[in-house]
Design a protein around this ligand. Structure first.
Ligand code: FAD
Ligand code: SIN
Length: 511
């Protein structure tokens, strides 16, 4: 690992890799990733990327759908940028060799998902993310970007207010080291692992957001955690609940109670294709009303061959658990899936700390507002990573006043992951209120005290999830209303007083 590079990227999902492949034109890029290269949420994305290609579609419709779902909190300029710049980048992925599903006319086979008024989901059957990750990893090789695996970023290195790089741990040697960069790019993904039940892989512990928060960056809208309505009930693979893509409902899948009664029509005119927050809360209400631990997702009325061809991963995975989805319904529950908030950035992905950029799920560009529309996440990552790569070409060289070594002490902290997850599931889930939030806060505040001062090399993820839990809870307590993904039983209505971003940050004195 070089000690100084032009551009340092933390994370090897769609956001980090897109930036790395494009920024390689302008300087030396290093990518650090905490496990293996493809260990990312990107690799598990199923539904696809939303982009305007349909004959009946237009950017104005995609913009309007996105803003509608965001319930008053979308940054409209950022939405327009994403929608207008996205299709060219999707085409670029295709020309790099991404095997998107095509129709018989040679055009993208466009899928449908909740909240989208048109068919606009470009996909590779139901393994879109795996295909994107594969192509981007190949591209990094072609352009000479080196990816270092098993390197865990621990904290940002700040000098005179600028971010000059990071402290990281080599997981194999257990050594902490420093790497300097003219621009540091956090692309560390989401926070799903703060919850017990999540579709996110184990890497999703909010590291980048926690690092940026500790360094004094502005963090926005952390109360808006999206719960996906349909994760398979009671079965986990490598620490994550298996997702049943929204595209399954897009092709005709129907949610039913345990007793087989379809229920979505009574909650929303769009029925099974209502936005995710509405569907997830409807599932929970039905589970409570029928005293059941799950609801059912039924596709058995669709042609078996169509199901096997369109959703091969879902079909095979369910079959391996003894569920033949062509014949019987799938037991599903809501699970933590996506974070709409994150490190607050501008339209070039610059954070509030000079020389620090944030991309993808760890960032908050403002495109999702209070509720993300399905398949807008991969699109956001592509667009803002590409914009950031154009921005960094103008960045000048750093001149650290002193070469820092490991001045912070390395400590070991307790492993509190299990307790944090339990508290968050019970008190800060799909439905909250002030009492549950305060209960969670009291415990998390105590946990936080265990992690004061020093870099924690053992249980660094525990330290990070504890910070993330704290910011989610404090942000949720501030928003005394219900809007989008944030539903408070004691404030069940939207209140115009809260029609703005929730910003959290701490004043930090850097040594
Ligand atoms: P990720 O892809 O999660 O990558 C994060 C990277 O950062 C990883 O390489 C990780 O190892 C690394 N990292 C984290 N912490 C550290 C650290 N401390 N040090 C070093 N490296 C670190 N969105 C859509 O738009 N369409 C979909 O169809 C879709 N389906 C989804 C299905 C599932 C099951 C899931 C979980 C999400 C889905 N999403 C979908 C959301 C979307 O996949 C993610 O938001 C997106 O892939 C995030 O990309 P990213 O590059 O920001 O982060
Ligand atoms: C899905 O396929 O349902 C996930 C899509 C998304 O999270 O955008």
């Amino acid at each position: 690992m070089p000690k100084q590079v032009d551009f340092l990227v933390v994370g090897s999902g769609i956001a980090g890799l897109t930036f790395a492949t494009k920024a390689a034109k302008y300087g030396k890029v290093s990518v650090l990733t905490k496990k293996r290269k493809a260990d990312s949420s990107t690799n598990y994305a199923q539904g696809g990327i939303a982009a305007v290609f349909g004959k009946e579609d237009a950017p104005e419709y995609h913009i309007a759908d996105t803003i509608k779902a965001g319930e008053g909190l979308c940054h409209n300029d950022a939405v327009a940028t994403m929608v207008r710049e996205g299709p060219a980048l999707v085409k670029e992925l295709h020309s790099m060799g991404c095997r998107f599903s095509m129709n018989s006319n040679g055009n993208f086979d466009l899928g449908r998902e909740g909240g989208h008024s048109k068919r606009r989901i470009v996909h590779a059957k139901d393994f879109t993310g795996q295909e994107i990750e594969r192509v981007l990893l190949e591209e990094t090789k072609k352009v000479g970007v080196i990816i270092s695996e098993n390197e865990i970023a621990l904290d940002l290195l700040i000098q005179n207010g600028d971010c000059l790089g990071i402290y990281y741990l080599d997981a194999d040697t257990r050594q902490i080291d420093v790497i300097y960069a003219n621009a540091t790019v956090l692309a560390t993904g989401g926070v799903g692992q703060v919850y017990q039940h999540t579709t996110n892989p184990p890497i999703a512990t909010g590291d980048g957001i926690a690092m940026a928060y500790r360094a004094g960056a502005m963090i926005a809208n952390m109360e808006f955690v999206q719960f996906h309505p349909t994760a398979v009930y009671n079965i986990k693979i490598d620490g994550r609940s298996f997702l049943i893509s929204e595209a399954v409902r897009g092709e005709g899948g129907v949610l039913k109670t345990k007793d087989g009664i379809a229920f979505m029509e009574k909650y929303a005119p769009a029925g099974n294709l209502a936005p995710r927050d509405v569907v997830a809360r409807a599932c929970l209400s039905e589970m409570i009303a029928t005293n059941a631990k799950y609801v059912l997702l039924d596709v058995s009325h669709l042609q078996a061959d169509f199901i096997k061809n369109r959703f091969p991963t879902i079909y095979e995975t369910c079959l391996s658990w003894g569920i033949d989805i062509t014949r019987e319904p799938i037991p599903v529950v809501p699970a933590a899936h996506y974070l709409c908030g994150g490190i607050f950035v501008n339209e070039w992905a610059e954070s509030s700390i000079p020389r620090l950029f944030a991309l993808g799920e760890c960032s908050c560009t403002g495109v999702h507002g209070a509720n993300r529309l399905a398949s807008n996440s991969l699109l956001e990552a592509l667009v803002f990573a590409s914009r950031a790569s154009e921005r960094v070409k103008k960045i000048n060289d750093i001149h650290p006043t002193e070469k820092l070594h490991i001045r912070k002490s390395a400590k070991t902290g307790p492993n509190l992951m299990f307790q944090i997850k339990e508290i968050m599931d019970e008190n800060v889930g799909l439905i909250r209120n002030e009492k549950t939030l305060l209960t969670a806060k009291a415990t998390i505040d105590k946990f936080q005290a265990c992690f004061e001062d020093g870099i924690h090399i053992i249980n660094a993820e525990s330290r990070n999830t504890s910070v993330i839990a704290q910011i989610i809870i404090e942000s949720a307590l501030e928003r005394k209303e219900s809007r989008g993904l944030h539903y408070m039983t004691d404030f069940p209505k939207k209140n115009s007083k809260y029609c703005s971003d929730t910003i959290k940050h701490i004043d930090v004195k850097h040594d």
